[in-house]
Design a protein around this ligand. Sequence first.
Ligand SMILES: Cc1cc2nc3c(=O)[nH]c(=O)nc-3n(C[C@H](O)[C@H](O)[C@H](O)COP(=O)(O)OP(=O)(O)OC[C@H]3O[C@@H](n4cnc5c(N)ncnc54)[C@H](O)[C@@H]3O)c2cc1C
Length: 386
Amino acid sequence: MLNEPEAHQEIRDAVRQLCRQFPDEYFRKVDEQRAYPEEFVTALTQAGWMAALIPADYGGSGLSMAEASVIMEEINRCGGNSGACHGQMYVMNAVLRSGTEAQKQKYLPAIARGELRLQSMGVTEPTTGSDTTRLKTMAVKKDGRWVVNGQKVWISRIQHSDMMILLARTTPLAEVSKRSEGLSCFLVDLNLALGHGLTVRPILNMVNHETNELFFDNLEIPEENLLGPEGKGFKVLLDGLNAERTLIAAECIGDGYWFIDRATKYANERVVFNRAIGQNQGVQFPIAEAYIELEAANLMRWKACAKIDAHQNAGAAANMAKHLAAKASWEAANVCLQTHGGFGFACEYDIERKFRETRLYQVAPISTNMIFSYVAEHILGLPKSY
Ligand SMILES: Cc1cc2nc3c(=O)[nH]c(=O)nc-3n(C[C@H](O)[C@H](O)[C@H](O)COP(=O)(O)OP(=O)(O)OC[C@H]3O[C@@H](n4cnc5c(N)ncnc54)[C@H](O)[C@@H]3O)c2cc1C
């Protein structure tokens, strides 16, 4: 983007102002206590930022993807972590794109008002991982209800969500001509499900990210909670993923600028051998290189936003943006840590926290190798490798 539109600048200013109420100390404490940033997420929701992508007809602000991405970028650029709440912005996309009018009327305005949290998406399973279409959780129709049995892993924000979109197999693998067929999406009311067929076990992990194992034991879901056509759940899911990839790319861009700012400031201030460490090319060149790569990744982020906003196929751009941005933010993180020497490891500098947080995005929501496979096969026409 050559010149940033005025609307973007206004969003940046407003989000920055909100984030000022939640300084480094706030996120550090939340991280130390492995707590959920409840006050921060409430403030964002009440200010309407989480309803950015919900059309005005359903009570949202109907912003473009480019505008919504600025919100996420700014949260991370201010030192926060959008991962606690980004699901609330994009998970609803599956309802918007594939839901019936009754489902849209039922859920979207409530999400826009902040009364309903639809933050979770249950896809990954312990025994199949990236091989999504081989997932084993089964939903069987019985007496007008769906009955679910199986297991999921790494399902985020369940404890801070009222609903989840669940992907389960509804036609056995042996009976479909393509593995991507016979999967269906469901809207699961977590408040009803917990303790009645759904058990949740939190996973302690490297980041302060609320994520869980889920066990389904005859969980009953009303028939009307099927989302999109039966058997076409994989497509329902994929349709929403470009938004997820693009918003996460913007978060990584925000992280990257945060690391570059911190590295530059410290390199100018820290004096060793009677001069600022930033005067040494061995210190300044890696910061400059990380900045160049971040700026380049940002161009792909804007391309992905433009494709989504123009309703064009954004699969390639969204995946490439997520890959480039996650790589650039990680390189910036590494350089920032190195620039700070020992102090980079001190929690009070916040660098080790952001370092852990930004590393996640080369694994989730899709790992780097899967993006390479996608580009190799679908863009370059190379043989499918798995
Ligand atoms: C903190 C966190 C939060 C998450 N939140 C969610 C969530 O909310 N919902 C959800 O559904 N999932 C979630 N995930 C899961 C995430 O999407 C998966 O971890 C990710 O897709 C990789 O799957 P896996 O961990 O099973 O790795 P695996 O599939 O076991 O892969 C392990 C490694 O091998 C590589 N690999 C595997 N097969 C190939 C191949 N054929 N060619 C080349 N490389 C290959 C992968 O790229 C990866 O690097 C989350 C994960 C984490 C860590």
